[in-house]
Design a binder for this molecule. Structure first.
Ligand SMILES: [Zn+2]
Length: 425
């Protein structure tokens, strides 16, 4: 048995090596953040994705900048159409759930004995699972039982004349209007006042306003639980303060640009930024805000100009870029910092930083806010901040940064800062 190959053992060993190394000298690749527009080898500029005329099928795929719509059939790895049963992974011991099917990728959840998750796909000895409504992850298939259960599926009916769109707002393309057909839909995701649905007959995915859902009383909609580890039903309650606010979340770096790399460890800043951004996105959209992410996967390269363009185009009420800092010259430097550039953004920075210092157990207790001419802040016409969650050059903060607790704390800090800011704006 090759102990080194066990992901958990490997991670622990790597951490020990890193901590030992920190006593002497820690090397960092990636350099300081260069907030200079990346050479435009970007896959597809976001602005382009949003403007290009497309065929109806492509329109659906472009529902959100950079986000791919996965049909239920694709999620299953089967083409059986409407699911009558679904597969569940049952754990018999502790297992790490990772962002990607690779034991060097960040752990997003330490799952324990007896936990069960719906299985979405299987690939090279890895299972893709659904953790909750908005988050997926990968588990190594060895030592896991996969069982089949009848599917629990809730269906919603829409009013006739409902407009079905390619994304969660009126500026997204109108794909069709429901006429006389009586059609049932599977609710997939809630984003502010918009619901993502799948039409059962043809498995097409659309967004529609919540007011089109029959039985919607303007307050809340109870959707079925996606995971048996969560409560019987996940309740989305809109929050008056955040209701209708547009927040652009910008997970720093991505794709060819890994951001800072912790010394010798397969820990990339881009992955940590995205992990925290996804938690923040879930918190905000569950509370009724409209959330737009500038990237949703680790392999997307997005230029700084495109990130700013999204913010200006949707007239974001707040733009939050998420990063992790490094300062190799002095590994003892730790804590979070929130940058702003234009004076009107200072209040947003103060609210977020104040809330962050309370939320982060890793952070030094200080309200560190700084005016800095960073590209995504300087070119932004909307209230904009750049949050540096921790220092990857600090051995303790680097060690904490890969765990879901940290991503949760960072997201919760930003979330409560936004809540405070919007209660006055
Ligand atoms: Zn960065």
């Amino acid at each position: 048995m090759n102990l080194w190959m066990k992901p958990y053992v490997r991670l622990v060993l790597l951490l020990i090596i890193a901590i030992l190394a920190a006593g002497g000298e820690v090397l960092f690749a990636g350099g300081f953040h260069s907030e200079i527009p990346a050479a435009s080898s970007a896959t597809q500029p976001l602005s382009k994705q949003m403007n290009e005329p497309q065929t109806p099928k492509q329109k659906i795929a472009a529902e959100k900048p950079g986000r791919k719509v996965v049909s239920i059939a694709e999620m299953d790895g089967s083409s059986t159409g409407l699911k009558n049963s679904e597969r569940w992974a049952v754990l018999h011991g502790q297992k790490n759930v990772r962002l990607f099917p690779d034991s060097s990728k960040p752990v997003i959840l330490a799952a324990g004995f007896g936990m069960e998750f719906p299985v979405l796909a299987q690939k090279n000895g890895w299972l893709e699972i659904r953790i909750d409504r908005n988050q997926k992850g990968w588990l190594q298939a060895s030592g896991i039982s996969v069982i089949t259960r009848p599917a629990e599926q809730q269906v919603v009916d829409l009013q006739t004349d409902s407009v079905l769109r390619s994304g969660p707002d009126t500026y997204f393309d109108r794909v069709k209007t429901l006429e006389h057909e009586s059609s049932s839909f599977i609710p997939l995701e809630l984003n502010g006042r918009w619901l993502k649905v799948e039409q059962i007959e043809n498995q097409q995915i659309f967004w529609t306003a919540m007011s089109n859902v029959k039985g919607w009383r303007g307050e809340e909609l109870v959707l079925p639980a996606m995971s048996r580890t969560s409560q019987a039903a996940e309740k989305f309650q809109t929050n008056r303060t955040l209701f209708g606010k547009t927040v652009v979340i910008d997970p720093g770096h991505g794709g060819e640009d890994s951001g800072a790399i912790a010394g010798g460890l397969p820990v990339y800043e881009r992955d940590l930024n995205l992990a925290a951004a996804k938690v923040l996105s879930r918190k905000l959209s569950s509370a009724g805000a409209r959330v737009i992410m500038t990237r949703t996967s680790d392999d997307q390269t997005v230029s700084l100009q495109d990130r700013v363009d999204v913010s200006n185009k949707v007239k974001a009420d707040a733009f939050v870029s998420i990063h992790q800092n490094i300062y190799p010259e002095n590994p003892s430097v730790s804590g979070s910092i929130t940058f702003y550039n234009h004076a009107p953004s200072k209040e947003l920075a103060l609210d977020i930083q104040h809330s962050l210092t309370g939320a982060l157990t890793t952070s030094e207790n200080q309200d560190h806010v700084q005016n800095e001419e960073l590209f995504v802040l300087r070119e932004n016409k909307q209230p904009a901040v750049l949050v540096e969650g921790c220092f990857l050059s600090n051995p303790q903060e680097m060690k904490d940064s890969i765990f879901p607790d940290y991503h949760e704390q960072l997201a919760a800090g930003i979330f409560h800062g936004l809540l405070h800011y919007f209660s006055n704006h």
